[in-house]
Design a protein around this ligand. Structure first.
Ligand code: PGA
Length: 235
């Protein structure tokens, strides 16, 4: 595990964008695993800025997002489809055919999970996966107690996650109760992983990865077994 402590949010965003830049220069048709949330906003800004300056292209890139809420249409402002469109996809030269997020409106959600998992394998797996971390140690929407052997699946969101994410909704009641997420095993199969954490409230989670052993009670602890993880963190 590689640990990079940064002094400010900008530096975290720049360091992460630089790892993605290196990946895209090495392999222009990379399969990227993407994340949503407040933490990576600066990273996406930096990535778009570098793209616009001509450092790299997304014309051959394929993306898979970690998760999506169940029950939100892709054009709803709080959906992760919409987040990605606004913060990245609408600003780069990626082909819409190469963008993948779980479909939280699928009639058969179990079939959707199996299909998503199979699609990732079909593209040869994820080359570089971006992660945030929840205050309860979740990665994607894999809440405490999720099996380390899980594939893409439907989750019931933890109460603390719904409270944490309610800032993006008008009321807490509006926060969906279910989501589809890549599983821990899906994430662990990525060839390289970058986890971002910024702010005082995230430091306890970072310490737990650093100091504690692996436990399904703390999903991010699985990363200790991954051969190529970079954690970029600061407060
Ligand atoms: P945040 O979410 O970036 O909005 O803090 C991270 C997460 O919950 O995984």
């Amino acid at each position: 595990m590689r640990w990079i402590e940064v002094n400010d949010y900008q530096e975290m965003s720049r360091q992460a964008a630089s790892l993605f830049e290196q990946q895209l220069l090495r392999k222009p048709d990379s399969v990227l695993g993407l994340a949503t949330g407040g933490t990576p906003l600066g990273f996406y800004e930096e990535l778009v800025r570098k793209y616009k300056q001509g450092y790299f292209s997304f014309s051959e890139v394929k993306t898979f997002n970690l998760d999506e809420y169940v029950g939100l249409a892709s054009n709803e402002s709080t959906s992760y489809h919409n987040y990605m469109e606004e913060n990245l996809f609408s600003q780069i030269d990626i082909s819409p055919d190469n963008i993948h997020l779980p479909n939280g409106l699928a009639e058969d959600l179990l079939a959707e999970c199996a299909h998503y998992e199979q699609l990732i394998q079909q593209y040869g797996g994820i080359d570089l996966q971006l992660l945030g971390i929840g205050v309860n140690g979740h990665i994607g929407f894999n809440e405490p107690g999720t099996s380390f052997h899980s594939a893409t699946h439907i989750v019931t969101l933890a109460e603390e996650t719904r409270i944490e994410n309610s800032k993006y909704f008008h009321t807490k009641q509006e926060v969906p109760r279910y989501a589809i997420t890549m599983g821990i095993e899906t994430i662990m199969q990525a060839k390289q992983i970058v986890l971002l954490a910024f702010g005082e409230h995230k430091m306890a989670s970072i310490k737990r990865i650093q100091q504690d052993g692996m436990s399904e009670d703390f999903p991010a602890s699985c990363l200790k077994e991954h051969p190529n993880v970079t954690i970029i963190y600061g407060k």
